[in-house]
Design a protein around this ligand. Structure first.
Ligand code: GLP
Length: 242
């Protein structure tokens, strides 16, 4: 099954074999991977080569290592379409996952300079700031800090914000959310965020900033989120310009 005379590196061939087993369901999420020695004996290759194959799959997020116990098959990533202006709650429900939030902070704070500028208020004026851990089926997926324009959002309580902000804005306040600008970039988790997200220190995350406006163009929110790169994959539908 491994061709030692091929120009394709052996570690790569092994990584493809393991991927095949995962895709065919022979190795399911949460399963422990056979040991390096088992692979080395089975394919008659060196343990170094096996380690290289496994490391490449860990880096791709298909496998994860747990200290002292072994290497395991990851859950498939959540595929998130980028394009629709949806809420976390909607995104999770549409996948049959149960959304929840854990509130780390909720209250009025003086607006940070860059946030004030985007929201169109004076620096130091009060904004509503909330920091939520977003969970799906009780697993932390993202850490999200939101600043809301104080005169647009009335009466929001911690309890409501813990369920869905967008449904409160639309259903209770009758606001019409119009559009958002969103930027996505790669970064590494900050040390104090790693435990909260349940990832290793220095793990990759996807940083997203969203600036959302109401249909009448009033600024509504600035949101900075860190999504777990091991759980998320962002999908885009591209059309070739005519
Ligand atoms: C996503 C977006 C945020 C938005 C949130 C609203 O997480 N990245 O910008 O504030 O959805 O979600 P919910 O209505 O579940 O509170």
């Amino acid at each position: 099954m491994i061709d030692k005379h091929s120009s394709i590196p052996i570690y790569y061939q092994l990584a493809e074999q393991i991927k095949g087993r995962i895709h065919r369901g022979e190795l399911a999420p949460g399963d422990v991977l056979p040991s390096e020695r088992d692979f080395a004996e089975q394919y008659d290759i060196s343990r170094m080569t096996v380690r290289q194959a496994i490391t490449s799959l860990v880096n791709e997020g298909l496998l994860y290592r747990r200290k002292g116990t072994g290497t395991f098959v990851s859950e498939p990533k959540i595929e998130q379409a980028v394009g629709g202006l949806t809420s976390f709650t909607e995104d999770m429900r549409s996948r049959g996952l149960e959304p929840a939030s854990r509130m780390l902070h909720f209250g009025e704070v003086p607006a940070p300079g860059d946030v004030a500028l985007i929201l169109g208020i004076a620096e130091g004026d009060n904004v509503i700031e909330m920091r939520r851990i977003r969970l799906a089926d009780n697993v932390p997926m993202a850490l999200e800090t939101t600043w809301l324009h104080p005169s647009v959002v009335h009466g929001l309580t911690e309890k409501e914000a813990e369920s869905s902000l967008y449904s409160y804005l639309e259903e209770t306040l009758g606001l019409i959310i119009g559009r958002a600008e969103q930027a996505l970039e790669a970064s590494l988790v900050m040390p104090e965020e790693a435990d909260i997200l349940g990832v290793e220190k220095g793990a990759p995350v996807l940083s997203i900033e969203r600036r959302t406006y109401l249909a009448d163009d009033r600024p509504l929110e600035v949101v900075r989120s860190k999504y777990r790169a091991d759980r998320y994959r962002f999908m885009m539908d591209l059309q070739r310009a005519k």
